[in-house]
Design a protein around this ligand. Structure first.
Ligand code: PMP
Ligand code: GLU
Length: 394
């Protein structure tokens, strides 16, 4: 008899997302009455802005409850084209824009439509832990390239050049970065773009944290905006989860060269069809009418960034870079001599503090703290982490 549980193909052999698993575990411990502090999920604690919720309710009341094209609602695509032009200096068209149920699916469908067995995908580490699994799901090979805290965790053009082989199809670039909070500098992006153009590889720019930047000297720059040659090789992904505090709504999008957009649409047409119709209508309102809300939340994150960085960098044995974007603090805990999994398991068991081990991000000597939570939670988390580290040092 055949073994029905034997994995065939690539999709059946993936590691579950540790970010989602640890966040869910922390929530469940809390529901059981435990005094857990969770700095685990990258999920803003703000409610979705009122104007967006109202637009969704209006859309429902107006009967916007039917399928849209698999690639998304034309009116939202138009708004996204305008957004790319205004915010990112990216020239695109409605035929190149594909809307999906979450940026996670946008990233996945781009990789799936582009890559397969025999291809190599370069991923600068530390990376968001879903990328390698997505690449593995297509049968392509992950080529992780370690970046350094001393270099703002940026991939250098020299590192990229050295990692490229005749099989390299794609580079994944995340700025601002999850998990490090680093924002790529313009000169680094320009150098990377030069290599990508000369060596003819595609770039997937994940810009979901673009609005969450905190330093005037570290603005967000889209690699596709640098010149037409790199624009022709770039897929730019974005979404509503982080900017508008809409994680549960599931809405993301991308723009890709036309030839690839067509393939992505074909894939989506057989896998998800369109993202929820009334959510797409609310997305138009988010893009057009929520900028004051975005700025309010960004300012709050900026204050939290300062608070968490100041508190955690005071802890003996913990090293971190000052994040310039997103809402994560990435800390080097290698001085304690524990693997990140063990560090996090003990931290949860002994101090009831949930954070994410760096292992899944390709950095086993590190942990990730999300500061998408209240200032009082940040203070309490810092107190617990300091106590835990002090005990480890004894
Ligand atoms: N990209 C990055 C870098 C992320 O951290 C996330 C996490 N949510 C996503 C994409 C996906 O976001 P969503 O699916 O909620 O739009
Ligand atoms: N991206 C967020 C994080 O890294 C949410 C969880 C997930 O989708 O992985 O925590």
């Amino acid at each position: 008899m055949q073994d029905l549980q034997k994995v065939s193909g690539f999709m059946g052999d993936l590691t579950p997302s540790a970010t989602l698993a640890i966040a869910a575990m922390a929530k469940s411990l809390k529901q059981q009455g435990m005094d857990v502090v969770s700095l685990s999920a990258g999920e803003p604690d703000f409610d979705t802005p009122e104007v967006i919720k109202r637009a969704c309710i209006d859309a429902l009341n107006q009967g916007k409850v039917y399928y849209t094209p698999a690639s998304g609602l034309m009116e939202l695509k138009q708004a996204i084209v305008e957004k790319f032009a205004a915010d990112n200096n990216i020239k695109t068209s409605v035929n190149q824009v594909v809307i999906a149920p979450g940026a996670k699916f946008s990233v996945f469908s781009a990789i799936a439509a582009l890559c397969g067995p025999g291809d190599e995908v370069i991923i600068p580490a530390p990376y968001w832990l879903s990328y390698p699994e997505m690449v593995k799901a297509t049968g392509a090979k992950v080529v992780a390239v370690e970046t350094k805290a001393e270099n703002n965790y940026e991939l250098t053009a020299e590192q990229l050049e050295a990692a490229i082989t005749p099989n390299t199809k794609l580079l994944i670039l995340t700025t601002p970065s999850n998990p490090t909070g680093a924002v790529y500098r313009k000169e680094t992006l320009e150098a990377i773009a030069r290599v990508a153009v000369v060596r003819n590889i595609m770039v997937l720019a994940d810009e979901i944290y673009e609005k969450l930047v905190y330093d005037a000297n570290a603005p967000h720059i889209s690699i596709a905006s640098l010149n037409p040659e790199i624009a022709d090789l770039t897929i730019t992904c974005n979404g509503f989860s982080k900017t508008y505090s809409m994680t549960g709504w599931r809405l993301g999008y991308l723009t890709a060269p036309l030839w690839l957009a067509k393939r992505i649409i074909a894939f989506q047409s057989h896998s998800t069809s369109n993202p929820t119709t009334f959510v797409q209508w609310a997305g138009i309102t988010a893009l057009k009418e929520a900028s004051a809300d975005v700025e309010r939340m960004r300012k709050a994150f900026a204050e939290r960034r300062d608070l968490i960085y100041n508190l955690i960098s005071e802890i003996d044995g913990v090293k971190c870079i000052r994040p310039q974007g997103a809402f994560y603090l990435f800390c080097d805990i290698s001085s304690f001599g524990l693997k990140s999994d063990e560090f996090c398991e003990r931290l949860l068991a002994e101090e009831m503090l949930a954070v994410i081990p760096g292992k899944g991000f390709g950095a086993d000597g590190c942990i990730r703290l999300s500061y998408a939570c209240s200032e009082s939670m940040i203070r309490e988390a810092a107190r617990r982490l300091a106590k835990f580290c002090a005990a480890l040092r004894k």
